[in-house]
Design a protein around this ligand. Structure first.
Ligand code: COA
Length: 160
């Protein structure tokens, strides 16, 4: 079975991430979404919340599984026996960062390869932090996040 790991902080998952996962499902039999829990940036949603938002989004797609990891991404991929890591590219600026990260990862292990998929044009400008900022300020984010995330954002805003 061809399996790919799609890692990220997903704070929260956006329609841009969903687009990448659908593209990956065209190539792989299973996509494992790996939610990074020890990221440098502080997250708005807890690891469990980020995981459950992704699970709810893909509840009808058994080929998507969601796990979490801490520590090095390549160690996690090797532990899981996954040889391909998917990353999305939105713009030229993403490429520079991704190239640097993939190069460093290649120095860490030769057992994992990185595959880059281009995000569709309507998602070029979407990022989790921009979505959060628009939502916090009362803007409509329905085009940028899947349904279950809209609900979580609304509940979070009510709670804060
Ligand atoms: N559509 C919409 N938004 C996207 C996107 C897409 N297709 N792809 C990325 N983004 C957004 C993300 O939501 C994120 O937004 P934010 O900064 O506002 O939160 C931003 O672009 C950056 O995303 P990404 O590059 O995927 O970073 P990340 O924080 O989501 O994930 C890890 C980075 C977790 C993969 C990386 O830090 C990692 O591997 N950490 C583990 C430690 C490690 O091994 N480090 C590498 C050493 S070389």
């Amino acid at each position: 079975m061809r399996v790919a790991l799609y890692p990220g902080s997903f704070d929260p998952i956006t329609t841009g991430h969903v687009d990448i996962i659908h593209r990956a499902l065209e190539i792989f039999d299973q996509v494992e979404v790996g939610v990074a829990t020890n990221i440098r940036k502080t997250s708005t949603f807890s690891g469990d919340e980020r995981i459950s938002m992704i699970r709810e989004t893909f509840k009808d797609e058994p080929r998507v599984i969601v796990t979490s990891f801490s520590g090095l991404l390549v160690d996690y991929a090797v532990d899981r026996g996954i040889k391909t890591v998917i990353r999305g590219l939105r713009a030229v600026s993403d490429f520079e960062y991704e190239f640097q990260m993939a190069s460093m990862n290649r120095h860490l292990t030769d057992q994992v390869d990185f595959m880059f998929l281009m995000t569709s044009e309507e998602h070029f400008f979407v990022s989790s932090s921009l979505v959060r900022e628009v939502a916090v300020n009362g803007g409509d984010v329905s085009r940028f996040v899947p349904g279950p995330v809209q609900e979580h954002l609304r509940n979070r805003l009510k709670a804060d």
